[in-house]
Design a protein around this ligand. Sequence first.
Ligand code: APR
Length: 225
Amino acid sequence: MKHIVVLTGAGMSAESGINTFRDADGLWEGHDVMEVATPEGFAANPELVLDFYNKRRQQLFDVTPNAAHFDLAELEKNFKVSIITQNVDDLHERAGSTTVIHLHGELLKVRSTRDVNDIQEWKTDLVLGDVCEKGYQLRPHIVWFGEDVPMIEKAVTICETADILMIIGTSMQVYPAASLMHYVPENTPTYFIDPKPNVESKQNLTVIADVATVGVRKAIEDFGV
Ligand code: APR
């Protein structure tokens, strides 16, 4: 079976109703990213940051996967599919994709502020005073700016065995995620799907300047299944 590696960003979930990061004047749901997505922001105002992610977590219960999420899940009938997402929602999983790596963490998990590996599932609001078993405050399981990206090595290994690469709905501005496209074998057919595509040229690159629900289908038609 051919191995399709799919890199997804915020544009993947845009048609499900989750706002992207950089399409709204550099603000994320009305907040400066440095205020809500850095360790310094959390230290300065933990309540605001917890509340911000509580709202994002609550939103997950109001949204559903879109047709592009389902099309990617369906691809597993004919291909080995690995999804590497920058998104912290669970829409790929809810659409039925079985191999999903979350580079930037997950809204439905929290972790100890003391131990990056002490992670637990969490579906409700997280408040000051919610602690791990060892008594340390819990925080969102989100990779903030300036923090390590623990899943990056696993993601690189997956990319190294790609037969086809799809990149969907990302502005390619955040590293190391944006560098992953360079780890696929030379000449790997690559499809970049984004209405405002921003991608370096590369061998065997097909740019599809469409929204995800349209562009993913066009790419799949090209695979000839
Ligand atoms: N379908 C496909 N792509 C879309 C759609 C759509 N319906 N709507 C918008 N887009 C594209 C935009 O053109 C843009 O290129 O999605 C991209 C969104 O870019 P960003 O908002 O920068 O999101 P992303 O690339 O995922 O950001 C990376 O930045 O703030 C951090 O950690 C956060 O994971 C995030 C990372």
